[in-house]
Design a protein around this ligand. Structure first.
Ligand SMILES: Nc1ccn([C@@H]2O[C@H](COP(=O)(O)OP(=O)(O)OP(=O)(O)O)[C@@H](O)[C@H]2O)c(=O)n1
Ligand SMILES: C[C@](O)(CO)[C@H](O)COP(=O)(O)O
Length: 234
């Protein structure tokens, strides 16, 4: 039974183009308070005492990475990503050090989520490890509407038992690798690691985390993320 007492490695998918963000560079290199979003995220992860190292998955044409400054004293490795986020995560898993055993848990956390709280990471590690894996998430708190082609309300959807998935997500290295590979072979694009695990028959544990674990997706997300980072995220 793999334990999480020794440090966990975290795969950080950072190979996206940020098309919805629409900047002059991939959004993970957008500066917030003078520092690239990716560096905020990596430093936040490495500052967590139970994270041993980070494997950053970069785009093949990424020419920003060498510009990033030094990180905490822990190990930062890189790998090259793929066309889909899930391809990048799989590449990252396969580039982890051999010291990460097949049955060891690994974390996967979006480069675009720099505000994750250490307390939420603690909760995920503590609660998801006995459950065989899980993810940070939050219950849907707004009324959900389904839109029709004209942009009008087609229906109001039940928000009962509906959760929003965040990252980190935490699963055993080999089980996640197998689930992602199986989905890729089947031609199924999974939008998060849990979807691949669900498809493989697992039932990941939902661990409630803070709603402000925001993902930088569009320009509208920038101001709130900047506020949180400047105020200080514990
Ligand atoms: N082929 C891809 C696509 C996405 N990502 C990463 O996965 C995270 C979440 O993806 P998303 O927010 O969709 O980022 P982008 O794909 O860059 O955004 P967009 O869909 O707007 O292009 C990001 O850190 C992104 O860099 C990745 O590593 N490899
Ligand atoms: C993994 C994720 O952040 C969970 O909400 C989300 O699925 C990423 O989606 P994206 O479209 O790749 O940003």
């Amino acid at each position: 039974m793999a334990t999480v007492e020794h440090g966990l490695w975290c795969v950080v998918p950072a190979a996206g183009s940020g098309s919805r963000f629409g900047a002059d560079r991939p959004k993970q290199y957008t500066l917030i308070a003078g520092k690239p979003v990716l560096q905020w995220t990596i430093e936040r992860l490495l500052a967590h005492p139970r994270i041993a190292g980070v494997l950053v998955v970069l785009a093949g044409d990424d020419d920003f990475w060498p510009g990033l400054g030094p990180f905490a004293s822990k190990t930062v490795l890189t790998a090259m990503g793929g066309g889909q986020r899930s391809d990048s995560v799989l590449a990252g898993l396969r580039a982890l050090p051999d010291s990460v055993a097949a049955e060891d848990f690994v974390l996967v956390h979006d480069a675009a989520r720099p505000c994750v709280r250490h307390a939420d990471i603690d909760a995920l590690i503590e609660r998801a490890s006995p459950a065989g894996g899980g993810l940070l998430a939050a219950p849907v708190r707004d009324t959900l509407k389904r839109a029709d082609a004209s942009g009008r309300v087609a229906a109001t959807e039940s928000r009962e038992s509906r959760w929003r998935a965040f990252t980190p997500q935490m699963f055993r290295r080999a089980e996640l690798d197998s689930a992602l590979e199986s989905a890729a072979i089947a031609g199924i694009v999974v939008s998060d690691e849990a979807m691949a695990m669900e498809r493989a028959g697992f039932r990941p544990l939902l661990v409630e985390g803070r709603d402000d674990n925001l993902k930088l997706t569009t320009q509208a997300d920038r101001a709130q993320i900047e506020f949180l980072l400047l105020r200080g995220v514990d």
